[in-house]
Ligand binder design. Sequence first.
Ligand SMILES: [Fe+2]
Length: 202
Amino acid sequence: MHIYTPRIFALPALADLSEKQVTAHIGLYEGYVKHVNALREQIHHLETTDKEKNAYAIMEVRRRLGFEFNGMRMHEYYFAQFEKGHEEHIENTKLAEALIEKYGSWDAFLTHFVTVGMSRGIGWSILYHDPIANTPHVAWVSDHELGQLGSLPIILAMDMWEHAFMVDFLPSEKKKYIDAFFKNLNWTVPETRFETITIPVV
Ligand SMILES: [Fe+2]
């Protein structure tokens, strides 16, 4: 059985996000990795001891996998975006061209992405690209898994769980956290993600 191991992120000191905040958040990420392994181990155990008798327990444990797995993977997208420090977006990349084509301007895209991020509740604001239709989409995902767009590559992921900012900001200061997110974002990461998309066979 594959055992997942937490990724180590080479993070610089972040602007407006304290080391205490980031350390606590990475600790939560590592918890998701641990629970992915534990859930898969649990399913295996229940199946190999008495599959019939454990059928309901297996189903219930299996339901949890999407939450834990996406909790793990989404944080990998998130923290990787801060590696190597802040880099501004470049105006004539393929990513910028695709976003300007859809949203009218770079600023209009950013405004839309932030508006989605300000949605009530906990979750993620995510920029995807649909390589089949050749169009980007911004979507809100509740928890880590509810609302994910099947198979679409993730280009940019902003964690909007309160645990992402409540060491440094009040619950009412979401917008300040979003500003900090963009202050630290290394745009070369989403640009590279966009440029390396492959078209899936569906
Ligand atoms: Fe998080």
